[in-house]
Ligand binder design. Structure first.
Ligand SMILES: *[C@@H]1O[C@H](CO)[C@@H](O)[C@H](O)[C@H]1NC(C)=O
Ligand SMILES: *[C@@H]1O[C@H](CO)[C@@H](O)[C@H](O)[C@H]1NC(C)=O
Ligand SMILES: *[C@@H]1O[C@H](CO)[C@@H](O)[C@H](O)[C@H]1NC(C)=O
Ligand SMILES: *[C@@H]1O[C@H](CO)[C@@H](O)[C@H](O)[C@H]1NC(C)=O
Ligand SMILES: *[C@@H]1O[C@H](CO)[C@@H](O)[C@H](O)[C@H]1NC(C)=O
Ligand SMILES: *[C@@H]1O[C@H](CO)[C@@H](O)[C@H](O)[C@H]1NC(C)=O
Length: 468
């Protein structure tokens, strides 16, 4: 009898350990197969992501590591535009300007977030079908949301159909955020933030947290809050389909806001998104950018964004806009410079004097990636020619981007050669941008041109060795 029990216990133990082993096997197997496409790098307290071997680039999937960008939150973003719901930049003009590079990046980051987070669970979503002023009153009574809302989840979407204002009271933070198409002169209370929306009827897509933080120019301290809502305006005004907290919807609409602006503002003749800001380069008072200027990087990133739009719509108008976007890269010298009068470069910041160039590395690589994206949906011979010409330049020029004294560190541009200026060392973040672009290009050429793939891999490795 005893013996029998002992055997039974051994048998049970065996079964249990087999089950545990099997579970372990599944976990390990899974973690090998579902290795993250990114490797996290910590550098001086900041987190960066470069590509791992399981990253696969594709012209209609996420764009590099942009899912981790938060373009709206950057200090260079002054506020979110009142008509287009896209970021307004303060990069080259302190009063703000719409900057195609930033707008394309805004679209690409939201597209990438949608691709990456498609399976994550949504937070609680609040929905109001129709809000309108009370019969005898200019304003409605307050609608109270019963649960606390995390401020990071305050994505809102609504349709504004007439002249009115929509008020949100953040009770614990003591802030009233007002979206209004009317002119509001009530500046008596410093706790009121007014976002002067333009254009109606239209759909509005915003992140309340960003609107507040850009207005008060600081970070909110109380991270979650109770919110109440009301509308004020003429009796026939109303707000439809007010949705709070749907991040997927917000990213989707942000993607469309960016593409809509690009499609509406492209210059039909040249294909450029001209930038009308007067600008010198760095400290070089004698070197002006062309005015207005057409940036190869803007053209390339906008093309990458529109290629992703086209993958959804298959709309011929979108394809034509993509062809126009790439046109200034190959059909004229509008965005180009020649290194040693010979090697073709796509300039992020084209200079006024056509003989001169800055040769900013990341700008040219982004433009190249855009051209490759376009080639995948529209394989025209002139694109292949351009791609090959740039690769020949890179074969010749990449050695110049190695820092002369900091081992295996990269340079931002070649202005020290072409303009005899001080060496322009890449910042940490640009050094990592160089790495990720070279990694991606190396992967893209692996099948079609091995020696080119090797070249990019070699420089990616050198630059990585400087941070590890
Ligand atoms: C990194 O963060 C720690 C703690 O927040 C701080 O003490 C340190 O000065 C930071 N270092 C750098 C290089 O910013
Ligand atoms: C909206 O209201 C403002 C007053 O706040 C007025 O100046 C403006 O003309 C109105 N717009 C339309 C289209 O009714
Ligand atoms: C959030 O928005 C997305 C995109 O429109 C939609 O597919 C999804 O159903 C919405 N989620 C909820 C819970 O309403
Ligand atoms: C661009 O400039 C180069 C060098 O000056 C010249 O050889 C070439 O013909 C020009 N290309 C176009 C398309 O204008
Ligand atoms: C690879 O690219 C380089 C530069 O464009 C070109 O010279 C070479 O012929 C290409 N090789 C192949 C196999 O296509
Ligand atoms: C630069 O990187 C390469 C590749 O990782 C490495 O072999 C080389 O030793 C590095 N050079 C220096 C000076 O650290």
């Amino acid at each position: 009898m005893r013996c029998y029990f002992r055997r039974l216990i051994y048998l049970l133990l065996l079964v249990v350990s087999l089950v545990i082993l099997y579970q372990l096997y599944i976990i390990i197997h899974k973690s090998i197969n579902s290795q993250s496409p990114f490797i996290i790098i910590h550098l001086k307290n900041r987190t960066y992501r470069i590509l791992s071997s399981s990253f696969k680039y594709n012209s209609h999937e996420s764009y590099l590591n942009f899912a981790y960008f938060n373009v709206e939150q950057r200090s260079r973003v002054l506020y979110i535009d009142y008509l287009y719901d896209i970021p307004v930049s303060s990069q080259w003009q302190s009063s703000g300007h719409l900057y195609p590079i930033q707008i394309a990046q805004f679209g690409l980051s939201h597209w990438s977030r949608l691709k990456l987070n498609s399976k994550t669970k949504q937070n609680h979503i609040h929905r109001f079908e129709r809000i309108q002023p009370s019969k005898n009153d200019y304003c409605s009574s307050w609608y109270i949301i019963k649960n606390k809302i995390f401020l990071s989840d305050t994505f809102i979407h609504f349709t504004i159909s007439s002249n009115c204002s929509l008020h949100f009271q953040f009770l614990n933070n003591n802030i009233e955020l007002i979206y209004s198409t009317m002119i509001i002169n009530d500046l008596t209370s410093s706790t009121k933030i007014i976002i002067p929306l333009q254009g109606f009827p239209r759909q509005v897509n915003r992140h309340m947290l960003i609107d507040i933080e850009k207005s008060i120019q600081k970070i909110l301290l109380i991270k979650n809050d109770f919110i109440q809502i009301r509308i004020c305006g003429e009796p026939n005004s109303f707000i439809n389909q007010l949705i709070i907290g749907n991040q997927t919807l917000y990213s989707q609409q942000a993607f469309y806001s960016a593409t809509r602006w690009l499609l509406n503002t492209q210059d039909f003749k040249t294909g450029c998104w001209f930038i009308h800001v007067k600008r010198n380069y760095g400290n070089h008072h004698q070197y002006h950018l062309r005015m207005p200027w057409c940036s190869a990087m803007a053209q390339g990133q906008a093309a990458s964004l529109l290629v992703r739009l086209y993958s959804l719509t298959k709309d011929i108008q979108h394809l034509l806009a993509i062809r126009r976007a790439i046109q200034p890269l190959w059909s004229s010298n509008m965005t180009r410079a020649y290194f040693n009068n010979r090697f073709l470069w796509l300039e992020e910041y084209p200079l006024e004097s056509h003989g001169k160039g800055l040769f900013v590395l990341n700008g040219c690589l982004y433009a190249l990636l855009g051209t490759i994206d376009v080639y995948t949906i529209d394989p025209q011979p002139y694109l292949l020619e351009l791609i090959n010409e740039i690769i020949i330049s890179l074969h010749h020029m990449l050695p110049y981007y190695i820092h002369p004294t900091i081992s295996n560190w990269s340079l931002y541009d070649l202005s020290h050669i072409t303009m005899k200026s001080k060496i322009n060392t890449a910042s940490d973040s640009y050094h990592l941008v160089h790495i990720i672009l070279l990694q991606c290009l190396s992967q893209l050429f692996k099948k079609t041109n091995f020696s080119t793939s090797q070249l990019f891999d070699l420089y990616a490795r050198r630059f990585i060795s400087a941070i590890s």
